[in-house]
Every structure is written in structure tokens, then in C-alpha cells.
Design a protein around this ligand. Structure first.
Ligand code: 5AD
Length: 367
């Protein structure tokens, strides 16, 4: 798909024409990743965060929420619940927190890997390179690091901790890949000031990075954040502003499937948060993964990156609803760990030395 075509589809609003995009993505999904929908057991083990991203409810400066950090025993208990449901992957997610202990995290990864035959995916934000490689040696299989936007000025405005105006996350993704991680990234669609052309570049970058996992969800204003307060008067109506509606996120899922046929693409919680049926639509527009939240009930409301009325589903109810959605679409829950399977060889022009020149080692000691 050419850059012009990406832009064309992002701007298309005619539902009849959009059906062409959806069905193209759906056929691509069927012929590459098939009918299985992989279920991941998501553990949001801490909402502590050192960052001040303007869109995120768990940003450090949000004093309105109580902070928590699950104990190792609680995390292992959540893993065993995920195991009971047969989820093949455990996703350990937490805020981008400087105080996270690399050794304890490594021990946890080793424990999970030794007791269960599961893939372990980490989603812990920007870390030192030494930590990434240590966790890989401990057995972590995947790393999720959304770059949110590849537009340097938007990135600098929305993620003030990243003083460079350049997304260090993009360079970290290349390093993670070289370390042997399956790498995942993604963006938020409809962020204030996000233009169609910048979003089109984000999507093209997914392919350039040859991502194994791609997560896309609409921006959901959180009243306790600067962007949420700014958004209280409604979205900017200028013609270049990307809307934060469901259809835009669905179009991005479909385009990502066409650009990156083999990637594992979740029908994200943000889609399900706006409308529970959103999960089903994500699967119809190219997605093949759903994250099932196995975080203990008492912590659910505290991991409030955005308001989510579905956050309090209990695990049994959630499992039934999600498997019903999958079966209702004539698909089936996946088996095994659901890794990226390489079926097509796409040659990418990736330079191995580029990240060394981008200041990653200067800004981030290897610990
Ligand atoms: N709306 C939608 N997604 C958000 N995230 C953070 N804040 C918001 C928001 N207000 C997403 C980011 C982050 C993931 C855990 O949640 O993409 O990486």
C-alpha cells in the first residue's frame, strides 16, 4: 500500500467504500494469521509511573489516584489464573517507572518461565539497554513499547519527558529486535493535533520496523490529565485533525494488517472501552488477538490510563464474553503461545548501526 493510498483510506468516510478496505484486511488476516484469536493474560502489576505524558491517567503528576504495586506472590497468583483459562502468553505491564527493580523483575520472569510453558511479554516503558538484555536472558520473549506518534513535534508536546523531540522509543525498538525480542509498538489515534499525514507516516513506520505486534486504539480523554481537560470542549474540528472515533482506529487496524500481514494485532481494550462490541469490530477489521485482564479485581480501577467502564469485569465473565465474541464470528480461541509466524519473507532495508548514532547510549546508560 503506497503512502498516498494510506492517506486516502485514512480520509475516506464513505462506509460503502470502507467496506472494501475492511474486507481486504479481513482476507489478508485469514490467509496469513488464520482464524485463531490469541488470548493474552494481561497483568497490570503497578500504576507507578515516572513520566508526565499529557494523555495518560497514571502520569506521575496525577495526584488523584492511589498508587499500587502488586507483590510477587500476587503476580504469580494472577499468572496461575491466566493458566487456568489456557492463555498462552502473560503480559506484564506497568507504568514507565524508574524505581522498578530490574533484578526482581528478572526473577519473576524466570519463575514464570520455569513453572509455565508460556510466552512472557513485557510492557514496562523505556528502560536501560542492560535491563532489556538481562530480561531477555531471564527468558522474556516479547517487548511492547508504543511510540504513540512518530511526529517529533507532537511527541515533544505530548511526552515532555522526552526532551529530544525525537522518539527514543523507535531506536529502542530496533535494539530490542536485535536482542531477539519479538517487538511490538503502536500509536494512539485521534490525539489532539495529530494530523492525517503524521498518522499515515506512523503506519508506514510499522512496516519499516517490521513489527511483530501492533496495538492501535483511539484516544480516550481522561479528566485528570491536561489533554482530558483541554478536550472537555470537544475535539478540534480542523480538517487535518484525526478524529478519536472508533472508525478511525478500525481503519488503522485494517491498514496495519495490509502493511504488516503477519503481525499479531489486538482488538484493543480502548476499542472495547468505548463500546463492548468494539472488540468484535476490531476482529472483523484485521485484528487477531485479545488481551484478557487477569489483574486482581481490587487494583482494576487504579490502573486508569483512561476511563474504562469495562475494567471491572470479573475474569470468568470476561472469558465467557470474549470467547463468545470469537465464536460468534466463526473464529476460534488460539492455542499455544501465539508468536509471530513468518510465512512471507519481506526484505526490509534495516541498518544495524543507525541506533548507535541516535544518542541512545548517551541518554541511557547500559546499566
Ligand atoms: N487514551 C487512549 N490510550 C491511552 N494510552 C494512554 N493514555 C491513553 C488515553 N488517554 C495508551 C498508551 C499506552 C497504553 C498502555 O495505553 O498507548 O501505551
Amino acid at each position: 500500500m503506497s503512502p498516498e493510498e494510506i492517506l486516502y483510506w485514512l480520509k475516506e468516510t464513505d462506509r460503502v467504500k470502507l467496506e472494501e478496505l475492511r474486507s481486504r484486511a479481513d482476507s489478508m488476516r485469514r490467509s496469513t494469521v488464520g482464524e485463531e484469536v490469541h488470548l493474552r493474560g494481561l497483568i497490570e502489576f503497578s500504576n507507578l509511573c515516572s513520566m508526565h505524558c499529557l494523555y495518560c491517567g497514571i502520569r506521575k503528576s496525577n495526584m488523584e489516584i492511589n498508587r499500587y504495586c502488586m507483590s510477587q506472590a500476587e503476580i504469580i497468583e494472577a499468572v496461575s489464573i491466566a493458566d487456568d483459562f489456557g492463555y498462552g502468553t502473560i503480559v506484564l505491564q506497568g507504568g514507565n517507572y524508574d524505581g522498578l527493580c530490574a533484578e526482581k523483575t528478572g526473577e519473576l520472569i524466570k519463575t514464570v518461565k520455569s513453572r509455565y510453558s508460556k510466552a512472557v511479554a513485557l510492557s514496562l516503558g523505556e528502560r536501560k539497554l542492560g535491563e532489556f538484555s538481562y530480561w531477555r536472558r531471564c527468558g522474556a520473549d516479547r517487548y511492547l513499547l508504543k511510540f504513540e506518534t512518530s511526529d517529533p513535534s507532537l511527541d515533544a508536546a505530548l511526552r515532555p519527558d522526552n526532551g529530544t523531540g525525537y522518539s527514543i522509543r523507535i531506536e529502542m525498538l530496533k535494539v530490542l529486535r536485535r536482542m531477539g525480542y519479538e517487538t511490538g509498538s503502536g500509536v494512539i489515534t485521534g490525539l489532539p493535533e495529530q494530523t492525517y499525514s503524521s498518522l499515515a507516516e506512523d503506519l508506514a513506520l510499522f512496516r519499516e520496523l517490521d513489527l511483530d505486534m501492533i496495538a492501535l486504539g483511539p484516544f480516550i480523554p481522561h479528566p485528570g490529565t491536561p489533554l482530558g481537560r483541554m478536550f472537555a470542549d470537544g475535539p478540534d474540528k480542523s480538517s487535518e485533525q484525526v478524529p478519536n472515533d472508533e472508525i478511525t482506529a478500525l481503519k488503522c487496524i485494517a491498514i496495519s494488517r495490509i502493511l504488516c500481514p503477519e503481525a499479531n494485532i489486538p482488538s484493543t481494550s480502548a476499542l472495547g472501552a468505548v463500546d463492548y462490541e468494539g472488540y468484535a469490530r476490531g476482529l472483523e477489521w484485521g485484528a487477531n488477538v485479545i488481551m484478557c485482564n487477569v489483574t486482581p479485581y481490587r487494583y482494576r480501577n487504579l490502573y486508569e490510563i483512561y476511563p474504562n467502564p469495562n475494567a471491572c469485569w470479573n475474569v470468568n465473565q470476561q472469558h465467557v464474553w470474549i470467547t463468545d465474541i470469537i465464536k460468534g464470528l466463526g473464529r476460534k480461541p488460539g492455542s499455544g503461545t501465539g508468536p509471530r509466524i513468518r510465512r512471507i519473507s519481506i526484505m526490509q532495508g534495516q541498518s544495524d548501526s543507525c541506533e548507535l548514532q541516535n544518542g541512545l547510549y548517551r541518554n541511557c546508560s547500559s546499566g
